[in-house]
Design a protein around this ligand. Structure first.
Ligand SMILES: *Cc1c(COP(=O)(O)O)cnc(C)c1O
Length: 849
């Protein structure tokens, strides 16, 4: 039970009006989870402010609200408690409660194994004591406070995960919760944005181990070499466990690893306990179990009782939880979280349990979002381990694709590696494998990858879905990790693959798809877009220059690539070596390329480009046949295709038809000669909507891949394509200006009355435009007009009409928010240009998320 007055006193808070309920059964962070007897906690952090949802939480029935500022809506019948900082208030409440009730805190910390350790310790100590050991899916300090909601006066112990997300968290947790024991299954260093070096990480953990009081307990895993970096309190009792070394207080040996549990013998002092068996997968989890035995011993639980209690141990959701999967395969769900060390550990398990006749399929998502900081050494090691022990790898996401590339570099067969960027494509990739009962499907990824949805798809029993982690709300709470940069791009790769499927459905039967990904895939990121396109049926890629093509090759993309523009003569040998196709847009160029290819001693592939009225690169239609004949004599060139480009297929049907006729006039004698040219192409996105002549067996599609409408004369019905790019920022400051105040450079805007203005940390250097100017943004789903000049990296918007607005709120520059949407087309209208220019000029320096 949570008492309003306990929080009030502990945090020196203030009631707003008459309180109604003063006892609550639990906390609530998300208004969608609201209900009677819950206390809604409004969070304000640099990332997010959830005060804006108080009204919804009250409407949905919460009994109380803990907040910094009181709600402006009708809150009668609801207790409102105001504090300076809700997370801090809750920790102060936890401190006061644990002190008053004289409950001892046992801290479990480290980079992996903590959840199983808490569960095991809870079971063991419950043999003799009343123990609180709830686990919640919210991480960090807030999660710690939330996990104490159900604490009761009769509890003797609280076993708590000391989850540190940034430097300084541990000191606060130690100060508030006064742990008498530190239990650490793994000290393996985690590099994140917050812990930029291992030294940071060890220092943070050491705050806990150094704070354990005299006669307290420090329990460590002896086999973990990184323990030596910890500072230990000198007068605490140090106990160690091991599964290798005889010196340990508790040791497991004769370990049997299997696909449905782990068996072992245990040695404690001179006692041996043989033939123990737990339905927990993975040798690494034994450390957590042994640490629970150590803790039990320390608090005077008899060995036999402790061991017996652990037979009730069950896998936790998302922690190596085995299911019967589709077609009888073994499906192991480890989707709760992911860091490199934990991933190595589960691969160990996989290697140990695999039989000769079994096939192992590893589905790996990106590591936890807070470890975005690339740890290349760890990735290389993971890639090596995967190459050695996994038959088939499905890697989903940017980081996972780095790991996949390392697996390839360590000799894994490219046919057994699929790189995807979304759930849909990952599911398809595994569907294609035709699972059977000899398969082991192991699934691991960071929280934000939502791989529990993947697991859900491959369960054979519907009822097992209840045993999955629910990460659904992770995105909407404090855990949300945003880039350090104040504005960023979000890409929806599931929408990209859906767009590709729609485009496929519009192709003629004999047509292939060339995905046009020049200009870094129109600003969307060429490598991931190329991969998604190739997974969803694209046959060929097109870029503008050789360096773009080489980037794709360097990233392991082997599909054919056409460079549609000029390449320097010096690059011809490179093009040949890397199997890159060039555009032959004049006889002169063809001769030069031929000479260079001849000198290099190999053949260069080319597509002849005809200018049928575009007035850009290309051979005039009237000169085409003669040029073609001559090119046939160039022995170091092979003609793989011939193409033209339309100038106005989005707006002028007649002109486009004329271009088609001109091109066909060129093609007729060439095709009549009996010569086979594999690819004949003309249409871009807009062209394919109005030209449906099967003589063209390839289309070059750019804009529609990205979900934008290419044509005003044959528009694609809304809803069939989805824009894949959103551009977002946050509110940096909110100010009430008096009347007649000037806003921004050159005083171009003057307030006419008292006006509320929000300053946004984004400007023309980030891809906005100063003049003609960007007009509006979305905040809380409402339009906010830009006022005054747009600066290099700042601008101002008027927000009087938007309620409950605060620092850190999300602002949408392009994309959806609430029921409204700002499309690249709309912005293009403001700026007097086309959507192409908008998306490609939202600066490549924007971080992608
Ligand atoms: C960019 C480009 C395309 C793709 O055009 P979209 O309108 O984006 O589909 C096709 N062909 C050529 C030659 C291009 O330069």
């Amino acid at each position: 039970m949570i008492s309003l007055y306990d929080i009030l006193h502990a945090a020196n808070g203030q009631l707003f009006g008459e309180p109604a309920s003063h006892l609550f059964t639990d906390f609530c962070l998300d208004p969608r989870d609201a209900g009677p007897s819950l206390l809604y906690v409004a969070i304000r952090s640099p990332k997010q402010d959830t005060h804006q949802y108080i009204e919804q939480a009250i409407q949905n029935g919460v009994s109380g609200v803990l907040c910094i500022e009181p709600p402006t809506c009708d809150a009668s019948g609801v207790s409102i408690l105001m504090v300076d900082e809700p997370v801090e208030a809750l920790l102060l409440w936890a401190k006061a409660t644990l002190t008053k009730l004289q409950i001892k805190t046992l801290a479990v910390a480290g980079s992996s194994g903590t959840s199983i350790a808490i569960e095991s310790i809870g079971l063991v100590l419950s043999q003799k004591y009343s123990v609180h050991y709830d686990q919640v899916s919210v991480s960090g300090r807030l999660g710690v406070a939330l996990s104490l909601a159900k604490i009761q006066p009769e509890h003797d112990f609280a076993v708590i995960k000391f989850d540190t997300q940034q430097m300084g968290d541990m000191a606060i947790l130690v100060e508030c919760l006064n742990p008498v024991a530190a239990i650490i299954p793994s000290s393996a260093c985690v590099i994140t944005d917050a812990f930029q070096s291992c030294a940071d990480w060890y220092a943070e953990l050491s705050i806990l181990t150094a704070a354990i009081p005299d006669q307290g307990l420090i329990a460590l895993n002896q086999d973990d070499p990184e323990n030596r970096h910890l500072n230990l309190a000198p007068n605490a009792h140090l106990k160690i466990v091991s599964i290798h070394e005889f010196g340990a207080d508790w040791m497991a040996y004769n370990i049997i690893t299997s696909s449905n549990g782990t068996g072992f013998d245990v040695r404690h002092e001179n006692e041996r306990y043989k033939g123990r068996w737990f339905p927990i997968l993975g040798e690494f989890n034994l450390y957590s179990v042994l640490l629970a035995l150590v803790t039990g011993e320390f608090y005077k639980i008899a060995d036999a009782d402790a061991l017996k209690s652990l037979t009730n141990l069950k896998p936790l959701p998302g922690h190596m939880n085995p299911f019967i999967g589709k077609n009888g395969c073994l499906l192991v769900d480890d989707s709760f979280s992911a860091n490199p060390a934990g991933t190595l550990a589960i691969l160990d398990w996989l290697e140990k349990i695999k039989n000769e006749d079994q096939r192992t399929i590893f589905v790996l998502g990106d590591m936890d979002a807070n470890s975005r900081h690339y740890d290349m050494v760890a990735y290389r090691n993971l890639g090596k381990k995967i190459a050695e022990g996994v038959d088939i790898l499905i890697a989903q996401g940017i980081q996972a694709s780095e790991i996949a590339r390392s697996a390839l570099a360590h000799g894994m067969d490219a046919n057994n590696v699929t790189i995807t960027f979304g759930l849909y494509d990952s599911v398809q990739a595994v569907e294609r494998l035709n699972l059977d009962s000899n398969d082991i499907l192991l699934v691991k990824g960071g929280r934000q990858t939502r791989l529990e949805l993947f697991v859900s798809h491959f369960l054979s029993q519907e009822s097992d879905k209840q045993q999955l982690v629910s990460q659904a709300r992770v995105e909407s709470n404090e855990n949300l990790v945003r880039p350090l940069s104040p504005s960023w791009i979000e890409l929806d790769y599931n929408a990209l693959s859906a767009n590709l499927r729609y485009i496929q459905s519009r192709l003629l039967d004999n047509q292939k798809l060339m995905a046009v990904i020049k200009a870094d895939a129109y600003g969307h990121g060429a490598v991931p877009v190329a991969r998604v396109a190739l997974l969803n049926g694209a046959d060929y890629l097109a870029v503008a220059n050789i360096s773009e093509a080489l980037t794709l090759r360097q990233n392991g993309i082997t599909a054919p690539i056409l460079v549609m523009g000029y390449i320097p003569i010096d690059a011809v040998s490179m093009a040949i070596r890397e199997n890159i196709t060039v555009a032959l847009y004049s006889l002169e160029i063809a001769e030069m390329y031929n000479r260079a290819a001849n000198e290099y001693g190999d053949i260069l592939k080319g597509h002849i480009k005809i200018d049928t009225g575009m007035g850009r690169l290309g051979i005039f239609a009237d000169d085409a046949v003669k040029a073609f004949r001559h090119m046939l004599t160039l022995k170091s060139l092979v003609i793989e295709g011939i193409y033209t480009h339309f100038s106005s297929p989005d707006s002028n049907r007649d002109y486009t038809n004329q271009q088609v006729d001109t091109f066909k006039r060129v093609l007729r004698p060439i095709l009549a000669s009996g010569l086979k040219i594999p690819y004949i192409h003309a249409s871009n996105s807009a062209g394919m909507l109005i030209v449906d002549d099967p003589i063209f067996n390839l289309v070059r599609v750019g804009l529609s891949l990205y979900g934008l409408n290419p044509s005003s004369i044959a528009p694609i019905k809304s809803g069939l394509l989805t824009p894949i790019l959103s551009w977002k920022t946050v509110i940096a400051q909110i100010k009430e200006f008096p009347p007649q105040a000037m806003i921004g450079y050159s005083n171009t805007y003057q307030t006419s009355e008292r006006e509320k203005i929000a300053i946004l940390p984004v400007g023309y250097a980030d891809g906005m435009r100063r003049s003609p100017a960007w007009k509006e943004v979305l905040i809380h789903g409402k339009r906010a007009p830009i006022v005054g000049r747009i600066s290099m990296e700042k601008c101002a918007v008027k927000v009087d009409h938007i309620d409950n607005i605060s620092l850190g709120d999300e602002v949408v520059l392009i994309g959806k928010q609430g029921d409204d949407q700002i499309t690249a087309d709309e912005v293009a209208g403001w700026l007097g240009t086309i959507s192409y220019e908008i998306i490609t000029s939202v600066m490549p320096r924007q971080p992608r998320h």
